[in-house]
Design a binder for this molecule. Structure first.
Ligand code: SF4
Length: 374
């Protein structure tokens, strides 16, 4: 039996491995099951990979054999594209992977835009521990423009609007059926003016179990988008803490504000996040406990670092554990992987460091933190 997700049980928190194994360990796999999607969001991190049809997949028995060898596998995420877009992919790829997880008692997450017909989600609902969606839509117009910005032939306006209402209704219906739905909102210039409205929609209309807040980092396809500076990020997080519904779990991730920052505004925000009820701050899993596998090629990458690190290997050339351990031992990972046990922090991820802390030596900060805490 799996313990339900809660502020006390977040299986995607990579610090769990430090507690359990004393080091970063491969426990988390993400599988890209499709490159097809019915939307083309401006901010999509994999927008450059989307295609009208999918190629043939690798043999799933090869995939499962590779996963079998990941002894401590605890969480698995299914991502795309839109994993529920193609009925063929749901039947031949998504469902077998979910059943594999069920047999191994692995926590599952699906990253979906929740805009496809409800019965497709209901059919796999029993296997899903977390349905993860993006909600960055302050207005309907934002959805119908930004959500399709990179689409060549645009659907009609009312067809696009229908997808928005489907997302809201699907979330509500699935939540009422007991599914754990986590809506993620990125902090950027477009969402900040609408944070209160988005939060209310997530809580009251969509009945989500969790609202996630992540600052936006321009990466890959989304590299042209305008991010925000640290001061704007801090102000936006205070704002959402001011207006939020305290009955819903708020998860803050990929934070650009680190416990070793010595300025007062960083310290004030982190203290507020630490003491606020029903709030958690998650260390980023990418590069710490997670690898992504492409189901069409068997290629293995670090999620979100695709344009930084490229393909690390394939499941045919090297075991996933060895690929992960090689990455952890690499100069790049070592430069990023500082660790301060007193604050349970394992350092910034590569996107945070590149955007805000290019000249900072985190090994020096680590020493400073150890001195402060001894
Ligand atoms: S682990 Fe790294 S980023 Fe986190 S507080 Fe320590 S030195 Fe700073």
């Amino acid at each position: 039996m799996k313990e339900p997700l809660s502020i006390h049980n977040d299986p995607w928190e990579c610090y769990n491995n430090i507690d359990q194994f004393g080091q970063h360990t491969l426990t988390n796999i993400e599988i890209t099951t499709t490159h097809m999607c019915n939307m083309r969001c401006a901010h999509c991190a994999v927008g450059h990979t989307l295609t009208p049809i999918d190629p043939e997949t690798i043999n799933l028995s090869d995939l499962f054999a590779a996963l079998d060898r990941v002894e401590h596998l605890n969480t698995l995420s299914i991502t795309g594209g839109e994993p529920m877009f193609s009925k063929k992919s749901i039947k031949e790829v998504v469902t077998p992977i979910l059943k594999y997880c069920e047999e191994r008692n692995i926590y599952t997450q699906m990253n979906s835009n929740l805009t496809v017909p409800l019965n497709r989600y209901e059919a796999i609902g029993e296997y899903i521990d977390c349905m993860h969606i993006s909600h960055n839509w302050g207005t309907l117009e934002e959805f119908t423009t930004v959500g399709f910005e990179r689409m060549g032939r645009q659907p009609k306006e009312d067809a696009k609007a229908r997808l928005f209402y489907t997302m809201i209704e699907n979330s509500r219906a699935l939540s009422e059926q007991g599914m754990f739905i986590s809506a993620e909102t990125m902090l950027n210039q477009s969402t900040i003016p609408h944070l209160e409205h988005i939060h209310q929609e997530v809580v009251k209309d969509m009945l989500c179990s969790r609202h996630e807040i992540h600052p936006m980092y321009p990466v890959d396809f989304a590299s042209a988008l305008t991010g925000i500076n640290i001061e704007q990020s801090i102000a936006a997080m205070h704002k959402i803490l001011d207006i939020r519904d305290e009955d819903i779990w708020m998860l803050f991730g990929t934070l650009p504000i680190l416990p070793c920052n010595q300025d007062e505004s960083s310290k004030r925000l982190l203290e507020r996040l630490r003491t606020a009820p029903n709030v958690t701050v998650r260390n980023d899993p990418d590069g710490r406990n997670r690898l992504n596998i492409n189901v069409f090629t068997g290629e293995v990458i670090i999620t979100d670092f695709g344009d930084h690190e490229g393909t690390l290997n394939t499941i045919y050339n090297q075991s996933l554990n060895d690929t992960f351990n090689d990455w952890i031992k690499s100069d790049k990972a070592r430069a990023l992987n500082c660790h301060c046990p007193a604050v349970k922090c394992v350092g910034p991820n590569i996107l945070v460091k590149d955007m805000y802390y290019q000249d900072v030596d985190f090994k020096k900060r680590e020493q400073m933190m150890h001195t402060l805490n001894t």
